[in-house]
Structures are given as structure tokens and as C-alpha cells.
Design a binder for this molecule. Structure first.
Ligand code: DGL
Length: 270
């Protein structure tokens, strides 16, 4: 029973890469719903239905634990899935909480009351659906007080990355950073709240300037998953096969994935 990693498309590969380096003995099954990407422009019901279908496929592949390596699904669908849909012997975890725990200087799983933290002005870059959900602000309010969050919905950026059009992606990053800075001229920290965005991390950092700490999820999710599996070892199980599944065109998706991760990745049809 491997661990499942889900994203609407290629962005979750940034998380897959980090978790498989951190936990080299754990087999991971990746599911990219490339046919239906981007999720960030869909409504919450649509995102919920697509995410449940993908999660079921990962359960069929022998994964008892599925990581939603997609902020949009984590924001728009995860809570509803956990409350009414996930069976007792399975788990679905999102990617928001590890990031917020790092930003608010907490140990993994520390649920003590909210308190003052060093960072006061935070820029959030995410998809339109994630920004609309306000899930990030809600999770942050459980852990920190007095933090001002300015969110920028980065329309078009996921499409450009999925298409492999990095020139357009760079132009979009720079214009979204400019738009954010008009609303919050001096953020102390910036959250890349979409798993596609670490593929553009250098451009975000360059556009934001050296004084802004850029937080991205991959390594944080990897550390928190390692901690979770230490506490819940039965969630790994005995499966041995890592796989990459896509609802899109496997050859096209494999080419893009190979280009992004700079190692040979072969997707098969989901
Ligand atoms: N990588 C997803 C996220 O983290 C993708 C978004 C999309 O499909 O719009 O939000």
C-alpha cells in the first residue's frame, strides 16, 4: 500500500519530488488530473467531485493515505471529504497546514491556541479558487494573531505552466507580484500557495526582492509526512510499486514532467 499524491496536473510533482527524496523507501503513486486542470477556475462542487474521483483511483492503486498536493483541492474540498466521505481506514491530508505551522513557528501537529508570531505582513499567491475560499486565512487564524494577509489570485499561471510556456509564466509572475505590491508594498513573507508555483520560485524571489522570505510547500510537506508516518506507520503498508497516473495524454504529460523534474518520468493512463 503505497502513499498517494494527487494534483490537478503537474504542480504536485514538486511535492512528489520532495517526499520521495525524504522517504526513499516509501512507494508513491502520483495522480495528475491533467485532463481537468486547471482546478483554480472551477467551482467548489466541481473541485470536490473531481478530487473524490481521483482519490478513489488512488485507493484502488493500494494507497490508504492520499496527500492532496494541490492547494485548490485542499482549500475547496478537503474539509468536506474528511467530514462526510473518507472511510475510517483511510486518510486524506492537505498541504496547507504544514506551511502554516512553519510560518507560525510551530512543531508539526501543535494545536495550542493562537499566539503572536514574528511575521506580520504576509503575501499569499494562489489560484482564484484558493483565494476565494479564504482557507489559508482560516487555518492561520487558528494558530496566529495579528498577521495581515494580502492575497493575489494568479489567474493564468497554472495554464501557462501546464502548457510549458515558461516565458508567459514568467511575465505573469512579475505582473502578479507588481499587483500584490500595490496592495502590500512591503511583505515580510510570501507564500507560494499553489504547488505549481515552486516551478517559478526563482522568478517570484527575484520579483519580490531579497528581503522577502518565500515559503513553498514541498520540503515542508515532506518533513510533516515523515513525522506523520512515524506516528502512524500502518498507513504505509507493504506496497512496492511507484507509479505516475494521468487522465491526460500520457506521452505529453511524461514529456513535461521529465522537463520539470529533470529526470525521466513515465506516466500511464489513469
Ligand atoms: N497545483 C494546484 C494548487 O496547488 C493547482 C491548481 C489548478 O489546477 O488550478 O492549487
Amino acid at each position: 500500500m503505497a502513499v498517494g499524491v494527487f494534483d490537478s496536473g503537474l504542480g504536485g510533482l514538486t511535492v512528489l519530488d520532495a517526499v520521495s527524496k525524504r522517504l526513499p523507501d516509501v512507494p508513491f503513486v502520483y495522480f495528475g488530473d491533467n485532463k481537468h486542470a486547471p482546478y483554480g477556475v472551477r467551482d467548489a462542487d466541481d473541485i470536490y467531485n473531481l478530487t473524490c474521483a481521483a482519490t478513489e483511483r488512488l485507493w484502488d492503486a493500494g494507497c490508504n493515505l492520499v496527500i492532496l498536493a494541490c492547494n485548490t483541492a485542499s482549500a475547496a474540498a478537503l474539509r468536506r471529504m474528511q467530514e462526510s466521505w473518507v472511510p475510517r481506514d483511510k486518510r486524506v491530508l492537505g498541504v496547507f497546514v504544514p506551511l502554516i505551522e512553519a510560518l507560525t513557528e510551530r512543531r508539526w501537529g501543535d494545536n495550542s491556541p493562537p499566539r503572536e508570531v514574528a511575521v506580520k505582513h504576509v503575501a499569499l499567491f494562489a489560484t482564484p479558487a484558493t483565494v476565494r475560499s479564504r482557507a489559508f486565512q482560516r487555518e492561520l487564524a487558528f494558530r496566529a494573531i495579528g498577521v495581515d494577509v494580502e492575497a493575489q489570485a494568479c489567474g493564468g499561471l497554472v495554464d501557462a505552466i501546464e502548457e510549458g510556456d515558461m516565458i508567459l509564466a514568467e511575465a505573469l509572475v512579475r505582473s502578479h507580484v507588481d499587483a500584490l505590491k500595490r496592495k502590500m508594498p512591503e511583505p515580510q513573507a510570501a507564500i507560494l500557495g499553489c504547488t505549481h508555483y515552486p516551478l517559478m520560485e526563482e522568478v517570484f524571489q527575484d520579483a519580490l526582492g531579497p528581503d522577502v522570505s518565500v515559503y513553498s510547500q514541498a520540503s515542508l510537506v515532506a518533513e510533516s509526512l515523515a513525522d506523520y508516518l512515524k506516528r502512524h506507520p500502518t498507513m504505509i503498508g507493504s506496497g512496492t510499486e511507484s507509479m505516475f497516473l494521468t487522465t491526460g495524454d500520457p506521452r505529453r504529460v511524461s514529456d513535461r514532467a521529465t522537463q520539470f523534474l529533470r529526470r525521466k518520468i513515465t506516466f500511464t493512463a489513469a
